[in-house]
Design a protein. Structure first.
Length: 187
């Protein structure tokens, strides 16, 4: 099974905005950004399965790539709770610093910690492996991609942010028998 993890393209969010599960629109450059994503992918099989986060920044790209898309809330970005929609510069510095040092087990107020995201994406991954297909696209967010890679490689969760996950990037995994290979990252 060939699995392509795809991060959404540029949004309308101003720089420095905390927007994990906030449903933002896509930048005016979406058509060009999407074309670049398409160029990174092979010609898709007719039976390619496509999964997407339910947020429009992922869904629009998913529907551009396929007419048949399955949305899954487990593919949502981390929930920043009370910090959603705020500029990082406007969040209490002490609280933000504490969270950034303990994000694995510490959640923003009324949000979720990285372990919660890890468990959520792990549930999606296990279900996907139970229903294999020849080709799968997963259009999601940077946090989900990092959490999934940490799970596949059995890395400590604090190390997940060592993976660079650019906007519009493609990451190819290959599931063969009961083993997951990483063909490439951040294309």
């Amino acid at each position: 099974m060939d699995i392509y993890l795809i991060r959404h393209t540029q949004t309308t969010a101003p720089a420095g905005l905390c927007y994990g599960q906030t449903d933002l629109g896509l930048a005016e450059s979406f058509a060009d950004d999407a074309r670049l994503v398409q160029q990174k992918l092979p010609v898709l099989r007719a039976d390619c399965r496509v999964f997407s986060s339910p947020l429009q920044r992922c869904l629009e790209l998913a529907y551009l790539l396929s007419d048949t898309v399955t949305t899954d809330p487990r593919l949502l970005e981390i929930n920043f709770g009370d910090w959603e929609g705020q500029r990082f510069d406007d969040i209490n510095t002490t609280s933000l610093q504490h969270w950034s040092e303990h994000f694995v087990e510490q959640a923003p107020p009324n949000g979720e910690c990285f372990t919660d995201l890890y468990l959520r994406i792990g549930s999606f991954w296990q279900e996907l492996l139970q229903h294999p297909a020849e080709e799968v696209l997963v259009i999601t967010h940077a946090g989900c991609i990092r959490a999934l890679l940490a799970q596949i490689l059995a890395l400590p969760l604090a190390n997940a942010f060592h993976f660079k996950v650019d906007l519009g990037s493609v990451h190819k995994l290959q599931q063969v028998s009961d083993y997951t290979y990483i063909n490439y990252l951040n294309l």
